[in-house]
Every structure is written in C-alpha cells, then in structure tokens.
Design a binder for this molecule. Structure first.
Ligand code: 13P
Length: 254
C-alpha cells in the first residue's frame, strides 16, 4: 500500500526565524496526520535549525539538492553525509529549476541519486516536461528519457526507496496546475515505465508525487486521482495554514 507523501519545497525563501516558525507550526499541525508522510525542505543553511524545530514530530526534513561526491574540493557543495548529519531524511534531486536554471543533466542527477541511496537518504527524483515539449506531443518521451537517465543502474530494491515527483515545468509557480486527469495520465505512464524496467510490484509500489501550483483549493481533486500519491508543494508550502490544508487533503484520501 503506497503512503500519501506531502512535501514542502521552500526553495530560496524565508529567513531563519521564519523557517523555524513555519517548521514548528507544521510539526504541530501534522501531529494528527499520522496516515500521511509529511516533509519540509528548507534552504540548506536552515536545515539544521529546521531539523531541531521538528525533532520528535513525524515531520521529516529534506534538502533541495546535494552533491554526489563524499568529500573534498567541491566549493559550495554539500554531501549526503552532511545532510544526514544535520537530520535530513530526504533529498530533492533534479528539480526542474536545477535542470533548467542551473543546467543539471540526467547524468548528474543519476550520480546524485546513487550517492543519496548509498547514504540511506530517500531521493525525491523530479521529472517533467516543458510547455513546448507538451505541445509538441513529446511528454511521454521526455519523461521516459528523464527516468532512464536519472535512474540508470538503480536496482529494483533501490527503486522501492525512491520517490518520484512529476512536476510539469509549465505548472511550476505559474498558478496553472495540471488538470487532475493530465497528472493521472503521466503517473500511470510512469508506473508502466517502472513495471517495464523492473517488475509489476515496483510499478505499483513507488510513491509518485505531483508538483506544480498545488494549493489548498486544488489539492483534494489532484489527490483524488488513484495514481497521485502526494504533492511536492512550492509556494503554498510557505504558509503553515495552506500547507496543512494540503496535508489534510492527503489524510482525507487515506
Ligand atoms: P509551486 O507549487 O510554487 O508551483 O512549485 C512547485 C515546485 O516546484 C515544487 O517543487
């Protein structure tokens, strides 16, 4: 049985005081939401403080990125071990902003995925097509290429420890969310792809989140889709009340 997983990607927002306040409010509000997995992903400089703020609660902490090397001369980068050390359970990898603004390739995301798995961090691997790609009818191809590249060399057993986030680039930060049926279609395709690459069990077991303009109003409808197992929330995760409404929509689904 797949668990619903609601994660907040705070991106490059909030200061230290605001981060701790938000994390504290989420931990308090999520206390009753035992049937749903909840995580917050603050800017890396606040990971430590946020992990302390949610300590003892059911809320997990995730990084928004990491590097694949274990240590050394990689100025500005953070290793999986460092993230674990400050209390992370998850690492978002291959977010579309890292793919498109910072030029990350599937090959790099694949190296990061292996490094996260080796350190027992749960990777949240993001995939998604641009508007141009969707309009050209290339969505399925783009998703397949991203999955094959980002998850190359990942075993069936490892795959069970990975979360996929389907985030259509055109829906991120635009207020234009995918229609529930559009999200469902890609999630079903992703399961077929996983079943082909691995086996039917893996296809059915992997948690696949939807991300892109999820908010308190549209979350329930998106989560009503049988293959949408949660949400990776950007803007609406910055207000505790909105984020907790989305968590609640997840609880109602269970
Ligand atoms: P928004 O919810 O702000 O569209 O961002 C989605 C996202 O990129 C989450 O990772």
């Amino acid at each position: 049985m797949r668990r619903i997983f609601i994660a907040g990607n705070w991106k490059m927002n909030l200061n230290r005081t605001e981060s701790v306040a938000l994390a504290t409010a989420v931990a308090k509000g999520a206390a009753e939401a035992k049937s749903v997995d909840v995580a917050v992903c603050p800017p890396s400089v606040y990971l430590d403080a946020v992990a302390q703020a949610v300590r003892g609660s059911s809320v997990g902490v995730g990084a928004q990125n990491m590097y694949f090397e274990a240590q050394g001369a990689f100025t500005g980068e953070l290793s999986a071990a460092m993230l674990l050390d400050v209390g992370c359970r998850y690492a978002i990898l291959g977010h579309s902003e890292r793919r498109h603004v910072l030029g990350e390739s599937d090959e790099l995301i694949n190296k990061k995925t292996h490094a996260a798995l080796a350190a027992s961090l749960t990777p949240i691997v993001c995939v998604g097509e641009t508007l141009e790609q969707r309009e050209a009818g290339r969505t399925a191809d783009v998703i397949r290429t991203q999955v094959e590249g980002s998850l190359a060399g990942v075993s069936a057993e490892q795959m069970l420890g990975i979360v996929i986030a389907y985030e259509p680039v055109w829906a991120i930060g635009t207020g234009k969310t995918a229609a529930p049926a559009q999200a469902e279609e890609v999630h079903v395709d992703l399961r077929k792809l996983l079943a082909q690459r691995y086996n039917a069990e893996v296809g059915q077991a992997v948690v696949i989140q939807y991300g892109g303009s999820v908010n308190a109003k549209n979350a329930a409808e998106l989560l009503s889709q049988p293959n949408v197992d949660g949400a990776l929330v950007g803007g609406a995760s910055l207000k505790a009340e909105d984020f907790l409404s989305i968590v609640q929509a997840g609880v109602s689904r269970t």
